[in-house]
Ligand binder design. Structure first.
Ligand code: 5AD
Ligand code: SF4
Length: 462
């Protein structure tokens, strides 16, 4: 018998790429590939790339340089594929700049990987960045039980891809294309299989997830809220999340879902990008500061224990000190539990890249440092306020010390528990005793919060 061929997949960027990397691994598992964590022993290396900011895109080329050196030194014939948004946006450029690459495959063509690899094996360098008419999801296989187990009890399910919003700074509408929602039956099938394999938490993902408008079970168009209401009826599903949302698509029914669905975690990632109305307009965000703030108020009315996370961009073209002050002011007003913040990065082909009033690099650096300081303080305050609180955590993986397990709180914080009376894949009610910079620690609570949810149908054996 042949040794199985080894596959190393490195994922950059967003959760959509993590999901896609898993689907590529599932597709190649059928071809006899097993995953390895060591690129040096891989027969095939896939880099699943991100194009959102220049730095993210440049990482691909430095990684390819490293791989070329490694290949030369070892005299190996490892094949190299570049997937994801850089592949989509600059496939030909990759082939030109990096002769080491055998295959370039865009996000809509992953189901074609086996054919593309066969062509590459025959000596061709192949680029496939089409948006094919067939639905790639129909061709992507179900993960094996072992694969799901190795990925843990919290899984992603893509419900929507692409974006029609065209924020002036963003490449997503170009790299991922127009918004497309998956039909509800397919999503339910995928969720049912994951639950059957021991998954307890599902995060519905999409570039603009709350714009979801898929064909429902009754043939009518279903919203994300309607989809989640149906998912919440599924046996074994303890937790539900969704990301990433756009403020303009937070419908009344979605807000109500936060009040009505106990499985829906009280945590929402809602990018705002800026606190200045002038900049929001220039970004073509289709919402102002007031709409964002009133949304937060409504959400908190619906779910008082809701915590918020967001994305920010500093140094968007034309951003003045005054605009930036408005952003700081919004952060003070909302009090985010966590956030991502970035310097504006000019992306070729996007409208903002043509803007004359680009902000100087030093100014961006200063503003980012100031904003991050404030966001970190806000996060630290939120974490500190968790001390003494009791909530369910979903145990996901072993900790560093023997006997320790690490779980996630409803707010996605990592919580370390020593010798928990439960295993990976189970919910455990804990009281938070310590708060560190990167994780919390807790002890099992005397009285479980929600006994019905705390007793899982099937725990995930390690
Ligand atoms: N420059 C900086 N940040 C960007 N983002 C998207 N495009 C850019 C860009 N050109 C950020 C936004 C988005 C997150 C995923 O990445 O904040 O919400
Ligand atoms: Fe990009 Fe804006 Fe679409 Fe988000 S909503 S993916 S930032 S264009």
């Amino acid at each position: 018998m042949h040794e199985p061929r080894k596959l190393y997949v490195k994922s950059f960027g967003c959760q959509m790429n993590v999901y896609d990397s898993h689907r590529m691994a599932d597709t190649l598992a059928r071809e006899g590939f097993v995953e390895t964590q060591d690129p040096a022993e891989a027969d095939l290396v896939i880099l699943n790339t991100c194009h959102i900011r220049e730095k993210a895109a440049e990482k691909v080329y430095s990684e390819l340089g490293r791989l070329r050196k490694q290949k030369q030194e070892a005299g190996s014939d490892t094949m190299i594929a570049v997937a994801g948004c850089v592949a989509q946006a600059e496939g030909a450029e990759i082939m030109r700049r990096a002769p080491v690459v055998d295959v370039v495959v865009g996000p809509q063509s992953y189901h074609r990987l086996p054919e593309l690899l066969a062509e590459a094996k025959a000596g061709k360098r192949v680029v496939d960045t089409e948006f094919p008419a067939e639905d790639k999801f129909d061709h992507l296989p179900t993960p094996t039980r072992a694969a799901t187990r190795s990925r843990g009890p919290a899984a992603f399910v893509t419900v929507q891809e692409g974006c029609d919003k065209f924020c002036t700074f963003c490449v997503v509408p170009y790299t991922r294309g127009a918004e497309v929602s998956r039909p509800v039956t397919k999503i339910l099938d995928e969720a049912a299989r994951l639950l059957d394999q021991g998954v307890r938490e599902i995060t519905l993902i999409g570039q603009n997830v709350n714009a979801f408008h898929g064909e429902g079970l009754d043939g009518k168009v279903w919203s994300l809220a309607r989809l989640m209401e149906r998912l919440a009826q599924m046996k074994g599903l303890a937790r539900l999340r969704y990301t990433t949302s756009h403020p303009r698509d937070m419908g009344e029914d979605l807000i109500a879902a936060h009040r009505d669905l106990p499985q829906l975690m009280p945590y929402l990632h809602l990018p705002v990008q800026s606190g200045s109305d002038r900049i929001l307009a220039a970004m073509n965000r289709k919402h102002g500061r007031d709409l964002f703030l009133s949304l937060i108020e409504k959400m908190r009315d619906a779910r008082p224990d809701l915590a918020l996370s967001s994305d920010f961009i500093v140094g968007f073209p034309g951003e003045t000190d005054r605009d930036f002050e408005d952003t700081l002011d919004l952060v003070h007003e909302v009090g985010f539990a966590s956030a991502y913040s970035f310097k504006y990065s000019s992306r070729p082909g996007t409208p903002a890249a043509e803007h004359e009033a680009q902000v100087a690099e030093e100014v961006k650096t200063e503003r980012l440092a100031e904003l991050q300081k404030l966001l970190e303080a806000s996060k630290a305050a939120f974490d500190a306020a968790c001390r003494g609180r009791t909530f369910d955590i979903l145990l996901e993986k072993p900790g560093r010390q023997p006997g320790q397990l690490i779980g996630r709180s409803p707010y996605l914080q990592s919580v370390v528990v020593n010798d928990p009376p439960a295993g990976i894949g189970e919910l455990l009610t804990v009281t938070i005793t310590d708060v560190g910079p990167n994780s919390l620690a807790g002890v099992p609570a005397e009285t479980p919060l929600s006994p019905a949810l705390s007793r899982p149908l099937a725990a995930m054996e390690a």
